[in-house]
Design a protein around this ligand. Structure first.
Ligand code: NDP
Ligand code: 2IT
Length: 452
């Protein structure tokens, strides 16, 4: 899709970014979308143009790339590539997850770090934007291999992070097991027990509710959006969820608690369809305990079926679609299928799961559309709460954390909704989230001078 930026200065800026990083399509996609939204801000705020905030915000403060050598179970040396992007520290220490997936490269890490900057700003908590990861593929690796990889990865990463500098967490392929190995290695290297990572186990400084936070937060956002914009409720709705990882599982759990019927989930190979409503315990057993494929579900749960190929999941009729797998998983054809089937809302659990064409088609068809940087901010919000608890040397109850999460998600919805109204795009939560997230970071960058 042509990026149409209705402000000459931002249009030229986008061209410079394109020229600088022509081989980074995901990064360009994320920057293009944000600059499109920011045109009315640039029109009204010449002061931010004058201090170069727009030019500075699209360039990471630092991008670290490193070699990660490790020895596999056969005694063979493997070499993967590690990354950490420290995108923006205007409002707090860099904060954002680590992704272990073979597709990881500089473009993907930069798009994620860029998005994280605005997301973290929207939470209202003091966290800057960062992201990292590796092209290491955890699939099929033994626990011992994952541990050796994590130890090697952290041996380099430890030089660049710290509880007041940069606080990584999980993302695709990085969950409690990996965070444990990474934390253990950091502690050993620094001789320091600190809140340098979030998503830690509950016995050594983790927060109750962090595992559930992104999925639960997604549903709290959805509930607020449905109520405020359509006067609708989640109870009784038919929901399709892509993915079957951390975000998808806890989105499903909260959707079911709120009375919805989840009829499908997926992994990168295919999807399962269960007209009786997904049996979440069966999914948890397969994915969390056995680390198996979603296909197994159809073998175990009578009345369900497995369909090869994950993309066609969006052709299933539903009221609400929750893409919770990965970037660009919902394209314009998927959007058209959802629209034809009368979808009411699409709420992004993953980061940038909808292509720009898909998002535009959904919005133009009057479908409620929640962009990931707003609707999936629950995970990093509870990470922020984990940092607070670590600093206090204290732990809140699950109920206390969950209540704060719900308040934060409601606050994010209203901040995005109001910013969209104020900047002439009523109902457009993409524009609203980008503008609201941007303004706090921009004011902070202006106040702190041109150091970065
Ligand atoms: P997990 O690793 O737990 O699960 C990822 C899920 O997505 C798996 O079902 C996986 O299938 C599927 N998936 C991954 N890559 C692809 C692909 N290329 N095509 C199709 N399916 C794919 O990750 P999370 O649940 O943590 O993350 C999911 C999304 O949510 C990501 O976009 C992440 O950035 C985002 N997110 C995560 C947060 C968190 O706290 N964890 C917070 C906010 C956003 P398979 O097993 O076959 O690979
Ligand atoms: O995309 C995300 O917000 C995350 N993967 C969570 C980041 C975090 O620091 O908890």
């Amino acid at each position: 899709m042509e990026v149409e930026i209705k402000n000459e200065y931002l249009r030229q800026l986008y061209q410079r970014v394109e020229k600088r990083d022509p081989d980074q399509p995901e990064f360009l996609q994320a920057v293009g979308e944000v600059l499109q939204s920011l045109a009315p801000v640039a029109d009204r705020r010449p002061d931010l143009v004058d201090c170069g905030v727009f030019d500075r915000i699209v360039e990471p403060e630092r991008l670290i790339q490193f070699r990660v050598p490790w020895v596999d179970d056969c005694g063979k040396v493997q070499v993967d590539r590690g990354f950490r992007v420290q995108f923006n520290s205007a409002i707090g220490p860099y904060k954002g997850g680590l992704r272990f997936h073979p597709s990881v490269n500089a473009s993907i890490i930069k798009f994620l770090g860029f998005e994280q900057t605005f997301k973290n700003s929207l939470t209202g908590l003091p966290m800057g934007g960062g992201k990292g990861g590796s092209d290491f593929d955890p699939k099929g690796k033994s626990d011992a291999e994952v541990m050796r990889f994590c130890q090697s990865f952290m041996t380099e990463l430890a030089k660049h992070i710290g509880p007041d500098t940069d606080v990584p967490a999980g993302d695709i392929g990085v969950g409690a097991r990996e965070i444990g190995y990474l934390f253990g290695q950091y502690k050993r290297l620094q001789n320091c027990f600190s809140g340098v990572l979030t998503g830690k186990g509950l016995t050594y400084g983790g927060s109750l509710g962090r595992t559930q936070a992104t999925g639960y937060g997604l549903l709290y956002f959805l509930r607020e959006m449905l109520d405020a914009m359509k006067g609708e409720d989640i109870a009784g709705k038919r929901i399709v969820i892509s993915g079957s990882g951390n975000v998808a599982i806890y989105a499903c759990e909260k959707a079911q608690q709120l009375g919805a019927k989840v009829v499908a989930m997926s992994d990168s190979a295919g999807y399962i369809y269960d007209e009786h409503g997904i049996d979440l315990e069966a999914v948890k057993q397969i994915k969390e305990v056995e680390r198996g494929r979603i296909k197994l579900y159809a073998d175990r749960v009578p009345g369900s079926r497995y369909v090869e190929g994950c993309r066609n999941i969006w052709t299933l009729p539903c009221d609400i679609a929750l893409p919770c797998a990965t970037q660009n998983e919902l394209d314009v054809d998927s959007a058209k299928a959802l629209i034809a089937n009368g979808v009411l809302a699409v709420c992004e659990g993953a980061n940038m799961p909808s292509t720009p064409e898909a998002a535009q088609a959904l919005q133009q068809a009057g479908v409620l559309f929640a962009p990931g940087k707003a609707s999936n901010a629950g995970g990093v919000s509870v990470s922020g709460l984990e940092m607070s608890q670590n600093s206090m040397r204290y732990a809140w109850t699950f109920e206390e954390v969950d209540q704060k999460l719900e308040e934060i998600m409601k606050g994010i919805f209203h901040a995005a909704y109001q910013a969209a109204e104020q900047y002439g795009a009523p109902g457009d939560l993409i524009a609203g989230a980008n503008i609201a997230g941007f303004l706090k970071v921009a004011e902070s960058m202006k106040a702190q001078g041109i150091a970065y």
